[in-house]
Design a protein around this ligand. Structure first.
Ligand code: ZN
Length: 133
């Protein structure tokens, strides 16, 4: 794991959250993106070496909608940048971690991503990500 690439935060209203986090971090949202396959809308803010990813559900069946229903707004996942996502996935599987997807999938912000099941990581949803070159 190279570094914490971003921290994902589930929010009910992206517009409202964008304003608050822009003020908090004294920076602007540099990218908003809708991931249709995941039923989420995302916004990214940079803070030093890492980023904040705000996530809003676009459908009731979205994982973010389910998360908000269960836990309310808050930290949804921590994303670590890796050099080679397929090697990391293999190595973590060998160590007994449970992956939520068998192959890297296309995530927000030009990344290959893979999630680890929170059951195998003390309740924390972990994302691996690698920049698509
Ligand atoms: Zn993420």
């Amino acid at each position: 794991m190279l570094r914490v690439e971003h921290i994902g935060i589930a929010v009910r209203n992206l517009e409202v959250a964008n304003q608050l986090f822009s003020a908090l971090l004294a920076t602007k949202v540099y990218k908003t993106e809708e991931i249709a396959t995941e039923q989420v809308k995302t916004a990214f803010l940079k803070t030093g070496e890492t980023k904040i990813e705000l996530l809003e559900a676009t459908a009731e069946t979205s994982v973010i909608a389910k998360f908000l229903e269960k836990k309310g707004e808050g930290i949804h996942h921590i994303a670590f940048e890796v050099e080679n996502i397929e090697e990391s996935m293999q190595s973590l599987t060998n160590q007994g971690f449970i992956l939520l997807n068998e192959k890297p999938k296309k995530g927000a912000d030009n990344k290959w991503v893979c999630f680890l099941h929170p059951k195998s990581t003390h309740g924390v949803l972990i994302e691996l990500c690698q920049e698509i070159s």
